[in-house]
Write a protein that binds this ligand. Structure first.
Ligand code: ADP
Ligand code: MG
Length: 587
């Protein structure tokens, strides 16, 4: 090994850049956050070539004094905190003093800036972290930072950023989240010269929602606010009618900073538990303000994670406030009338499943300890007995001939086989049957025309994904017409798509493409469509099947290629062997 030395400043900055500047969107995030910290009311973001070519952020904030600008590009130089004392109550988005030097280390940067008290501004240029020129310049109050040729001197990093289109999309997502975190600021974003995002800065979350999701969806969102002691919560609760299939549309903001916060995301989902059928995720924005000393944001280089004191309290408040908002607007009745026989039953029955062991446990009282154990053992039966189910061992389709005995509400069929008791999940089983029917069926790709076309107001990113993959949609039976801008008309849908659900299914597919990006192929897409259609047509939990229907379902299931799991990979069947029963009865 060589001698230990202290690295030079440029190398240090390149190393820091590795953490802070992962890809173009990280640059956009850092620059826009600086603009917000500078008190800007109008911020324009201009991106060319997925951000690898050029990123320009212009603001009307406080500007940087000419004599300080050289400091801005030194590491750990910041105007935002003075000492560790401040670190405990950070109120700005930045504080590490790492962003500008890191960005400058891996690109060519130019800055023009002027404070309102200064008659002239300053323009500086850097390349690879080295100052090339600094001159006085005439410019408006505020700051413009331009980053060119990102990663030009780190070719490996440059190569990992493959697709300019998806980089642009990530930036749109970022600006959407930022506009929810600061509805009082006007954001305008241009991609390759075209304006694709505009939020007016009216300090109304609904206006931000309209910018992100379009007017129609924004109308389906309910504003709420609440204050309890030092904790203020406000936000938007999307009605169940605009639910999606991914968690991407749950936005969590803490003290004006959007963060990934799993516990609060779950708290949001919990509020919707009885309103959405399984696999559906809410659209919601939660903005929480707490005293900054109750949070620790200094745990992640890009400050996307947060540590919260009093987390439990925030979780229960979030769920409570959202639930209140949803109930007070009589969401439940609308949902029931909109989709008869589906959501309410499912919702209620799901609750019942979960509550059975608990209630019985309480009722059993003290001496009933054993019975409590038995019940919970029964509850976890699927995992324990899964291995024993014949098909799992052999890996072959040796699904046995079964005789339906009875229904076990809300969702199970009890069936007798030669070697024991089979418990079949009617929804999962039906899903499997329909899935294979759609996927292998002759009608795949066939289309039904809609009497009234469905209007789709997409956001920029969705429109972009659609245009990129439109052939997959048309191959699958969708008939789509570009109406102009980001608006499309759905004139036809795959033959098996249940009526009234066209928009939901379509948006689900778009979300899926957005999430999986370029790693997908047409076969994955067709599978996703088949499983979505299967899930939507399958008998639901809580639906009562006649005895002969149960038997028909079991027979059809046995004919499938993979009867043991539903298309999402959950088991359809749990098996309790005769010998297991014998054991349990101590015979
Ligand atoms: P940090 O934001 O953590 O302080 P940065 O490296 O991002 O560190 O920025 C360094 C300093 O440069 C900031 O503290 C701020 O004083 C100044 N600065 C950067 N961008 C702007 C801007 N758009 N407007 C005004 N000042 C800025
Ligand atoms: Mg910063």
């Amino acid at each position: 090994m060589s001698k230990i030395i202290i690295l030079d400043e440029i190398t240090k900055n390149q190393i820091a850049a590795g953490e802070v500047v992962e890809r173009p969107v990280s640059v956009v995030k850092e620059l826009v956050e600086n603009s917000l910290d500078a008190g800007s009311k109008n911020i324009t973001i201009d991106i060319t070539g997925g951000g690898l070519e050029k990123i320009t952020v212009t603001d009307d904030g406080c500007g940087i004094p000419g004599e300080e600008i050289h400091l801005a590009f030194q590491r750990h130089a910041t105007s935002k905190i003075n000492s560790t004392l401040d670190l405990n109550r950070v109120t700005t988005l930045g504080f590490r003093g790492e962003a500008l030097p890191s960005i400058a280390a891996v690109s060519k940067v130019s800055v023009t800036t002027r404070t309102k008290d200064s008659l002239s501004g300053t323009a500086v240029e850097l390349a690879g972290g080295t100052l090339i020129s600094a001159v006085t310049a005439g410019c408006p109050t505020g700051t413009t930072v331009t980053v060119r040729e990102l990663f030009y001197n780190t070719p490996v990093r440059r190569k990992t950023v493959k697709n300019p289109v998806s980089e642009g999309s990530l930036c749109t997502d970022l600006i959407s989240k930022l506009s929810f975190s600061r509805p009082d600021v006007c954001f305008e974003m241009r991609l390759n010269g075209k304006r694709i995002f505009y939020s007016p800065g009216t300090n109304s979350l609904i206006d931000s929602a309209a910018a992100v999701y379009g007017q129609n969806q924004a109308r389906e969102m309910i504003y709420f606010e609440n204050r309890e002691e030092e904790i203020a919560i406000k936000g938007l609760a999307g009605k169940p009618s605009i639910s999606r299939s991914t968690r991407n549309h749950i936005t969590i903001i803490i003290n004006g900073r959007f963060v990934n916060c799993q516990p609060l995301t779950s708290a949001v989902e919990e509020a919707y538990r009885e309103l959405l059928s399984s696999g559906r995720r809410p659209v919601a924005v939660i903005s929480i303000n707490v005293p900054p000393e109750l949070t620790d944001i200094n745990i992640h280089p890009a400050k996307l994670e947060i540590r919260l004191m009093d987390e439990e309290k925030l979780i229960s408040l979030t769920t409570g406030v959202l639930r209140q908002a949803l109930i007070s607007k009589e969401i439940i009745p609308t949902k029931i009338s909109a989709k008869p026989g589906k959501s309410k039953l499912t919702g209620q029955s799901l609750t019942t499943i979960e509550q059975v062991p608990l209630i019985t446990g309480q009722n059993a009282g003290q001496p009933g300890k054993e019975s409590v154990q038995d019940i919970s053992a029964g509850r976890y039966l699927p995992d324990e007995t899964r291995e024993e189910c014949p098909g799992y061992i052999s890996g072959l389709n040796s699904f046995p001939a079964l005789n339906a005995l009875a229904a076990l509400p809300p969702v199970y069929i009890l069936a007798a086989g030669e070697d024991g008791l089979y418990i079949v999940d009617q929804h999962a089983a039906h899903e499997r049957i329909l899935y294979e029917e759609f996927f292998f069926g002759k009608e795949q790709g066939d289309c039904q025309y809609l009497l009234v076309p469905v209007t789709l107001e997409l956001n920029y990113r969705e429109a972009e994904i659609l245009l990129e993959r439109v052939i997959w949609f048309t191959d699958s039976g969708f008939v789509i017409e570009h109406f102009g801008g980001n608006t499309f008309l759905l004139r036809g849908v795959p033959l098996k798509l249940p009526s009234g659900q066209e928009k939901e299914v379509f948006l689900d597919l778009l979300d899926y493409l957005k999430e999986k990006g370029s790693i997908l192929n047409l076969a994955d897409f067709s599978k996703k469509l088949a499983s979505t259609l299967a899930c939507r047509r399958a008998v639901k939990a809580g639906e009562k099947l006649a005895h002969f229907s149960m038997n028909a379902l079991l027979q059809e299931l046995a004919k499938t290629k993979n009867p043991f799991t539903c298309p999402h990979g959950r088991p359809t069947t749990v098996f309790l062997s005769n010998s297991e029963l014998k054991n349990r009865f101590k015979r």
